[in-house]
Design a protein around this ligand. Structure first.
Ligand code: FAD
Length: 393
């Protein structure tokens, strides 16, 4: 298994073809590739594709957002400014179009700006929505920073906090809050009977539960609220709610940390039937939309059966880049192999947390901090996005 070096944005996937996608700059200038979505998968694909094709990156945001670090941004709004990386500093040749794709067909994309883009190949990397503050659909940096600063001041003033959902995101948010403000009363409500959806081996889950207990977090598993809090999430306003266990929880602010929905409502024409009933894009082993030879999809928006992670979105980007080159050169296509076993890095603030690494097992706070907790992988992301394709970190 590859090391969890700076190249990794999470536990390493089964296949990484970085070496293949930098096969030198013989520019297939005739081919235009439109990449829809400039998140983790899209930006890595665009960056490698521009080495040999004409790339158009379509993205409504004015910067790349390292949203894997937003839990820390809640605690430290100044630090949050670093999460927004201008696309101009990432792509060297590619054209970035600040727009949202409203209609995507086999070889053409209609944008909300009215522009029409035609392309020989299309890569769909539009990800999935997630409740604020873990992800935000604010598309400009200044407004997003102002919103984060506002939420920060509301949270700082709140003596008690309720977090709904004990998945990796919910627990990262909890970890940041209790490490920054140990005196706050933090309660987590989770309908499931264990943390992280019961995924990952038992020793990892037991360690996370132990650390949450030691951090004084009130973890309510197998419990759901009988009503949604009457206040807006992320705002300071005392409330109380009843649980399915028959008791009442009082808090001053709450956050929803569950509920993911793929962004795929733009499919039209002969692509319309590529969505499954959960809105995910059905892809082949070569990451092409089923039934379509020149349209690819990567990341959270796909129906690839594995945890939805940036590490896998970027590994899929490498495969798609290799396959677009192969199609142009008449070479063999590469199949994406989802990992059999999945790892996870779950920091609970800068110095606590645990990780599970397939083949290695449980890792404690120190290594978890080293891998993510210390800088929320900002260094690894900036390094990966700023260095030329094919050069080691
Ligand atoms: C708080 C948090 C922490 C996380 N931590 C980790 C971690 O440590 N390691 C890890 O591997 N994963 C982590 N994840 C998961 C990871 O963030 C996702 O798996 C990753 O974002 C998937 O990448 P993507 O490229 O598929 O989608 P995204 O990164 O979500 O990018 C999708 C992009 O598409 C754009 N878009 C959407 N619709 C359109 C449209 N119609 N037209 C044009 N553009 C569009 C969006 O604006 C966005 O920029 C975390 C997630 C959260 C929320």
């Amino acid at each position: 298994m590859a090391s969890l070096g700076t190249d990794s944005l999470g536990p390493p996937p089964a296949t990484s073809l970085e070496s293949e996608s930098n096969l030198g700059g013989d520019h297939m200038s005739s081919a235009t590739v439109a990449v829809v979505g400039g998140g983790y998968g899209g930006i890595i694909a665009a960056k490698a594709l521009e080495e040999f094709a004409d790339v158009v990156l379509i993205e409504p945001r004015d910067t790349f957002v390292h949203h894997n670090a937003t839990p820390r941004a809640l605690i430290d709004p100044q630090w949050a400014e670093q999460l927004f990386l201008p696309y101009s500093g990432i792509l060297r040749h590619g054209r970035v179009v600040r727009a949202r794709a409203e209609k995507v067909e086999e070889q053409s994309i209609s944008l909300d700006t009215g522009e029409q883009i035609t392309a020989d190949f299309i890569v769909l990397a539009t990800g999935a929505s997630y409740p604020y503050p873990a992800k935000f659909d604010i598309t400009d940096r200044e407004t997003a920073l102002a919103r984060l600063a506002e939420t920060h001041s509301e949270l700082r003033a709140a003596p008690s906090v309720l977090v709904l959902g004990a998945g990796t995101v919910g627990l990262e948010v909890v970890g940041e809050i209790v490490s920054a403000w140990p005196d706050k009363a933090v309660t987590v409500v989770e309908p499931g009977d264990d943390v992280v959806g019961g995924r990952y081996p038992a020793p990892f889950r037991a360690e996370i539960r132990r650390q949450l207990r030691d951090l004084g977090v009130d973890l309510r598993l197998g419990t759901r609220l009988v009503e949604t809090p009457p206040t807006t999430p992320g705002t300071l306003a005392p409330f109380s709610v009843r649980t399915s266990a028959g008791d009442t929880i009082a808090a001053d602010i709450w956050f929803r940390c569950f509920g993911v929905a793929p962004h795929s409502d733009y499919l039209a024409g002969d692509l319309a039937d590529a969505r499954d009933d959960r809105g995910r894009l059905r892809v082949t082993e070569h990451l092409r939309l089923r039934g379509h030879d020149t349209v690819f999809a990567i990341g959270d928006v796909t129906d690839v059966d594995e945890p939805k992670m940036a590490a896998y979105a970027t590994a899929q980007a490498d495969v798609v880049v290799a396959n677009i080159r192969a199609l142009a050169q008449g070479d063999e296509l590469t199949a994406y192999q989802p990992a059999d076993e999945h790892g996870v890095i779950l920091p609970l603030g800068p110095t606590a947390g645990a990780s599970w690494v397939p083949g290695t097992g449980l890792l404690g706070p120190a290594q978890t901090s080293e891998y993510k907790g210390k800088d929320m992988m900002l260094g690894a992301v900036v390094d990966r996005l700023s260095r030329p394709v094919g050069t080691a970190s």
